[in-house]
Write a protein that binds this ligand. Structure first.
Ligand code: NAD
Length: 349
């Protein structure tokens, strides 16, 4: 296996840690990109990789993304990410989760984990038996923490409203047409919030029944998953997968605004320029979708309750506005402006 620092996604990461525990079958990577602002925080992904090097690439890329996300959310946290390599012979046994908990603990608090794809709050409870550097645990009502989805949805909703105000000059989403790709935890929550405001919604999901059921409940329209990116609307809100904005899809977009929850929406850095060249107002993904990390970071830090979480999530529109203002003033794409701001915040600008 090649050394992590030879990978294209290596960006002066502070540490890339590889773990193997023969007894439980754990194979894992923990990448710490930056601890400039605080412990490297970011969830752990449990995923099948065709090749172990893909797991390292994922950890490198995602931990850097967490540095940027946490910095732009104003959190005293750096960026890190855990990846557990799943294989067809093993499941997430308590022994495997315990071994991962010990791996996290061995980093002495330089990395704080939480849920990501393939991991649940019950898994965090298992990990917490071995380390205190874990968040996203079940919490009591009124406390910070727990399922990040609804808080992410609230932040995205506020960001969509800010985009509508800037891009369309409308303070009220009533009658504004929003097309949502993916109506799971975040996209579904966003749809409900916008429906309550009287927005016109077009919904889609690869789980067609899920989209149709929600559309019926909210008086919206459901379209097939392969149609949503081309719907003529005011806002496209990608809330499913990453890399949905590429040369072809950007060319075909029929919305003046793209603002959604999905991580890593741009397939390549050049796609930031493509959106900008088309005059599309883009809400950088890691800025608009920071609600969930704000929720679990405050839980970990023991700093505050739901009201504090809500107050911090309410600042997401201000951050977006400062990015759009700088983008308009300099002609630099919003995604690039956000990256530069984040780099400055983590002492690398
Ligand atoms: P989820 O799994 O609850 O929902 C995703 C939905 O997208 C599912 O209903 C799935 O069927 C659907 N989907 C998958 N591929 C699709 C496609 N090609 N077209 C249409 N629908 C498709 O996930 P979630 O928690 O709602 O997260 C959604 C996105 O937001 C992900 O990219 C995630 O990384 C990102 N995000 C989530 C959070 C959070 O707090 N949950 C925080 C930050 C970012």
């Amino acid at each position: 296996m090649t050394a992590p620092w030879t990978y294209p996604d290596f960006d002066d990461h502070e540490g890339v840690h590889l773990f193997r525990d023969a007894a439980s079958g754990l194979t894992a990577v923990i990448a710490i990109h930056s601890t400039h602002l605080g412990p490297g925080a970011g969830g752990t992904r449990f995923w099948h990789y065709a090749d172990p090097s893909d797991a390292i690439t994922d950890a490198l890329r995602l931990s850097r993304g967490m540095s940027f996300k946490n910095a732009m959310a104003g959190l005293p946290m750096g960026g890190g990410k855990g990846v557990i390599l799943a294989d067809s012979l093993r499941t997430k046994t308590p022994e495997l989760l315990a071994a991962f908990g010990r791996a996290v603990d061995s980093l002495g608090g330089r990395y704080v984990t939480a849920e990501d794809v393939g991991m649940s709050d019950a898994d965090m409870v298992a990990i917490a038996k071995e380390t205190r550097h874990v968040s996203g645990l079940p919490v009591t009502a009124g406390s910070a923490g727990g399922d990040p989805g609804p808080t992410t949805a609230k932040g995205v909703y506020l960001g969509v409203r800010a985009a509508i105000a800037r891009g369309l000059g409308k303070d009220d989403p009533r009658g504004v047409h929003v097309a949502i790709q993916g109506v799971g935890s975040v996209g579904g929550g966003l749809a409900r919030l916008l429906a309550a405001d009287g927005a016109k919604l077009t919904l889609s999901d690869v789980d067609g029944k899920r989209a149709r059921t929600l559309a019926e409940e909210l008086g919206a329209v459901a379209v097939a998953a392969n149609e949503i990116m081309m719907v003529e609307a005011d806002v496209l809100s990608p809330c499913a997968l990453g890399a949905v904005l590429d040369e072809r899809s950007i060319e075909a977009l029929q919305t003046p605004i793209v603002a959604g929850a999905a991580n890593n929406q741009l397939a390549t850095p050049a796609d930031a320029d493509r959106l900008h060249a088309r005059g599309i107002l883009y809400a950088p993904d890691y800025v608009i979708n920071a609600g969930g990390i704000i929720n679990v970071a405050l839980e970990y830090l023991g700093q505050g309750d739901r009201a504090e979480v809500e107050a911090r999530v309410a600042k997401i529109p201000e951050r977006l506005e400062s990015i759009w203002a700088e983008s308009a003033a300099t002609g630099v794409p919003a995604a690039v402006v956000a990256d530069r701001m984040a780099m400055r915040l983590i002492g690398r600008g």
